[in-house]
Design a protein around this ligand. Structure first.
Ligand SMILES: Nc1ncnc2c1ncn2[C@@H]1O[C@H](COP(=O)(O)OP(=O)(O)OP(=O)(O)O)[C@@H](O)[C@H]1O
Ligand SMILES: [Mg+2]
Length: 673
């Protein structure tokens, strides 16, 4: 529940709307109770040979005679008190005096109440004589029109209340989603791979919706329904508060049942959300890898996976449905039980004309049948809010489960910490030093061990090594996708963790091993977040990356949209757009990870020619096994199982490093082949 309360805080900025909705809920509740109370005069008119005028006259006469009686009684008591006071002092005299004073006080309070009621009836009488018809049938129509009008007004308030609540919930979710997104964006690259993106997707969609439902229920029903019940109880108390209390005995039992069911619901809700993430996972994987699925005819396999995930979801969903479906009727049954209890008590009083049950006084005077019927209507009217309340608790519990899952990510902190305020890396002009770097993705499984490397400004360093030797991992340390477990990286003599992430990354141009493009135009993919870039600059970057030519051949040139993840381009074309993106930023440090892996030999030669020019005034880290790239490098670093095996030029390594010889031989064979 703690996290649900935290989610609740997001609604606070919209408190005015919440208060407005509360006001509407109050109006609805009062009208709800009043409508059911209206049955009382209707029944009177129908069952007795009266109209409203005679009714109100009767009541006034009744009250007047009661007042007379009380006044007489009070006078008599006062005289008695005077008489007793004149007696000689004794203990019995004191006792008698105390008794009389107490009775007198009670009579006086009864008198005050009767006078107050008389006042009310007299005012009412004025209005009834002025506005109400004399005829019984007309009176009935008159009463019913008031009821119909009141229901209409109640509907208006109902509508306004829901609209207010809905807007508050949606606005709060909007803020929450943005905050969550901000926080998730700050997480490290590795934290994304740990749980999988499907988990995150589920939190942003399904969980948000459930949380929204919880909030809506809280503001909508949790407040409105008890108010409705309360107003019925209040009106019922006017008729007979003792009988109403008899009815309310069952409330604690209902509350207990609800809380038990609620705890069970929360557990079931959490499990259902977990299986929803699983479903997302299967869907996402299938759609992203659709080519693999088709090429390897994995349809049956994937179908089975989805079937399993959906069946799981169905089972858990059903558990929730059953609990929910059971809780409604159970609550209703409890409510009817309570009404029946109160009704049996009431009928006993009416039919046997009693005022006591088991020696307890229930009413001041025997109840009339109409009062009992009105009481019954009011108590039955409580059953509806109570039934709705049962689902309220359940919805709140699923909302709470969703809030827990959402705030799990809200509370997650990145391991790569952005220093505040942090130095600003404006330019890099000297060297980059890797000193004693160790790194592992999982504890106990080192990926990089004791890497020490000095790179001078303007140098081109190539990294080669077998698959999985840690090349990409090493390159990823520089833009701080993750931080080393041990050792430091110095840029111009300063620990690169002291620079603000933004300024550090602005100095780095990165072309990753997997080319990732956005579903947008080519221009926007190249400018990627840079604003106000002239067409000339974009074209120049594209020319350098050998992309301009093929872009011009596309239907809309630079404005061509390239589909999800750039699927509408060929692999080599994608790589070149990504390269243009890095070039446009004019970075001081350039990192290229297998950036020509998809290029044809001719484009590769052209690319290298252009690159030779571009790398001149910056420090470049290239991961590649292509001979032409290696020739571009001033030094080549050979990595093997996360350690540096050798460093040297192509010619030196070919002579001295057996691993390099093997790697290079294989490559030259492949290139020849
Ligand atoms: N996100 C990750 N979580 C856990 N282990 C990882 C992760 N990424 C890489 N590894 C492991 O780290 C090791 C080095 O991976 P890396 O990607 O750096 O290799 P590489 O030298 O670039 O290989 P390739 O030539 O295939 O690109 C591999 O053994 C890999 O299993
Ligand atoms: Mg790699």
């Amino acid at each position: 529940m703690r996290n649900f309360l935290r989610a609740l805080r997001f609604t606070w900025p919209y408190r005015r709307r919440i208060f407005a909705s509360l006001f509407c809920a109050l109006a609805v509740a009062l009208l709800w109770g009043a409508n059911f109370t209206a049955i009382y005069p209707v029944l009177k008119v129908l069952t007795r040979d009266t109209n409203l005028q005679t009714w109100v006259d009767n009541e006034i006469r009744h009250k007047e005679s009661e007042i007379d009686r009380l006044q007489e009684l009070i006078e008599r008591r006062s005289r008695e008190i005077q008489r007793v006071e004149s007696l000689p002092a004794s203990r019995s005299r004191e006792r008698r005096l105390a008794e009389l004073t107490r009775d007198l006080a009670k009579d006086e309070s009864d008198l005050a109440q009767a006078r107050w009621l008389l006042g009310w009836f007299q005012t009412l009488r004025l209005y009834i004589y002025k506005f109400c018809p004399q005829d019984r049938f007309e009176t009935l129509i008159y009463l019913l029109s008031i009821v119909v009008l009141a229901v209409g007004i109640k509907g208006l308030f109902d509508f306004a209340q829901e609209a207010f609540v809905g807007s508050v919930v949606h606005l709060a979710l909007l803020d929450l989603r943005n905050r969550l997104y901000d926080n998730v964006l700050r997480l490290d690259v590795t934290q994304f791979t740990e749980d999988g993106t499907h988990e995150l997707m589920a939190r942003f969609t399904n969980d948000m919706e459930l949380l929204g439902n919880g909030l809506k229920t809280l503001f909508g029903k949790l407040i409105a329904e008890p108010l409705k019940a309360l107003s019925c109880i209040l009106f019922a108390c006017f008729i007979s508060w003792r009988l109403t209390l008899l009815f309310l005995v069952l409330v604690p039992i209902a509350v207990l049942t609800m809380s038990k069911v609620g705890a069970y619901m929360k557990r079931a809700g959490r499990k259902m959300l977990e299986s929803m993430s699983q479903l997302y996972k299967v869907l996402q994987e299938t759609f992203l890898a659709i080519k693999v699925v088709k090429a390897f005819t994995l349809e049956a396999h994937q179908r089975l996976q989805l079937y399993k995930a959906s069946r799981d979801y169905y089972r858990r969903g059903m558990r929730l449905v059953i609990i929910e479906a059971l809780s409604g009727p159970v609550m209703e049954w409890l409510a009817v039980l309570a009404v029946a209890g109160a009704l049996i008590g009431g009928s006993y009083l009416v039919l046997r004309q009693q005022t006591h049950i088991w020696g307890l006084r229930m009413t001041a005077e025997p109840l009339e049948p109409e009062s009992l019927l009105a009481l019954y209507a009011l108590l039955a009217a409580i059953a509806d809010p109570v039934r709705k309340l049962s689902s309220v608790y359940n919805k709140l519990q699923s909302g709470a489960a969703a809030a827990d899952r959402i705030f799990f990510y809200m509370d997650r902190r990145p391991r790569v910490i952005n220093p505040f305020p942090g130095r600003v890396l404006t330019e890099h002009r000297r060297d980059i030093v890797f000193r004693d770097i160790c790194f592992s993705y999982q504890p106990g499984r080192p990926v990089l061990t004791n890497i020490s490397l000095e790179i001078r400004f303007g140098e081109v360093i190539a990294i080669v090594g077998r698959n999985g030797s840690g090349k990409s991992t090493l390159a990823g340390l520089l833009p701080r996708f993750y931080d080393p477990d041990h050792g430091v990286i110095l840029i111009d003599g300063i620990d690169h963790r002291e620079f603000s992430l933004r300024s550090l990354r602005r100095q780095i141009g990165f072309v990753g091993q997997e080319t990732i493009l956005f579903d947008d135009t080519i221009r926007n993919n190249i400018t990627a977040g840079l604003r106000h870039v002239s067409q000339d600059l974009v074209e120049e970057a594209a020319r350098r990356a050998y992309a301009h030519e093929f872009i011009m051949q596309l239907k809309d040139g630079y404005d061509t949209r390239i589909g999800e993840l750039g699927q509408a381009l060929s692999g080599g074309q994608r790589q070149r757009v990504a390269l243009a993106r890095a070039i446009l930023r004019n970075p001081a440090i350039l990192i290229l990870d297998e950036f020509t892996s998809a290029s044809d030999p001719e484009s590769e030669i052209l690319l290298h020619k252009a690159l030779r020019e571009f790398v001149r005034h910056r420090t470049t880290l290239i991961i590649s096994h292509r001979l032409s790239t290696l020739e571009l490098a001033d030094r080549i670093v050979v990595l093997e199982k996360g350690r540096i095996e050798a460093i040297g030029t192509h010619a030196e390594l070919l002579q001295q490093c057996p691993l390099y010889q093997r790697l290079f031989e294989r490559h030259s064979h492949r290139q020849v082949a």
